[in-house]
Design a protein around this ligand. Structure first.
Ligand code: E4P
Length: 217
């Protein structure tokens, strides 16, 4: 399973990339706002850090303008995945941009029917938003499972990019279901290393080691 880092914070991306944990990056207008930086400039820097796909989102709502924005974003670096919303116009833009050989990530997906359209429009990635479904008491994990089943039934190559991930449990569950990618905030990815029994075990080992009076170095 691939991990994408869901942030425009270059320091966090660099740390995870150095550890081999950043197979790509996803950004969106809210994350660009949070970074406080210019979209073209910060996206270029991210693309220089990470080898894998870096999603940069269009802000136009009509297909012709989305296509123009997508082409401009794609000029930043070869590893840009143009992110378009899952609307009828977004699907039109996806079809054109993917036909030009560009990676396209169709975002804001909340149903299996939408995901089916994204695959047929040639998307490289579809981004179902788990956390936002859970927020309104719908089953985000079930959506990932439904999309997995549909894509496998017909051999669609579009990768399922589980997004809006809020917890370590979300990552474990989407990995079990077979999502191709999980995009998560740096804090959630780092939290995957934590377990209370690891900490308790380490405390015991440290205390016992002190009693031996020995040193390794
Ligand atoms: C990533 O591509 C999405 O934009 C992001 O995961 C959304 O996450 P949020 O629902 O926590 O804003």
């Amino acid at each position: 399973m691939k991990f994408f880092v869901d942030t425009a914070d270059v320091d966090a991306i660099r740390e995870l990339n150095d550890l081999g944990m950043a197979d790509g990056v996803t950004t969106n207008p809210s994350l660009i706002l949070k970074s406080g930086r210019d979209i073209l400039e910060v996206t270029k820097e991210i693309c220089s850090i990470v080898e894998g796909p870096v999603s940069a989102e269009v802000i136009a709502l009509d297909a012709p303008a989305m296509i123009e924005e997508g082409r401009k974003l794609a000029q930043i670096a070869p590893n840009i995945a143009v992110k378009v919303p899952l609307t009828w116009d977004g699907l039109k833009a996806c079809k054109v941009l993917s036909g030009e050989g560009r990676m396209v990530n169709v975002t804001l997906c909340f149903s299996a029917a939408q995901a089916l359209l994204a695959a047929k429009a040639g998307a490289s990635f579809v981004s179902p938003f788990l956390g936002r479904l859970d927020d309104i008491n719908l089953d985000g994990l079930q959506l990932i499972a439904d999309i997995r089943a549909i894509y496998d039934n017909y051999g669609f190559q579009t990768e399922i990019l589980a997004a809006s991930i809020r917890s370590v449990n979300h990552i474990t569950e989407v990995a079990k279901i077979g999502a191709d990618v999980a995009t998560a905030p740096p804090a959630v990815l780092k939290k995957m290393a934590e377990h209370p029994l690891t900490e308790r075990g380490l405390d015991t080992f440290m205390a016992d080691w002190q009693k031996t009076g020995q040193k390794i170095l």
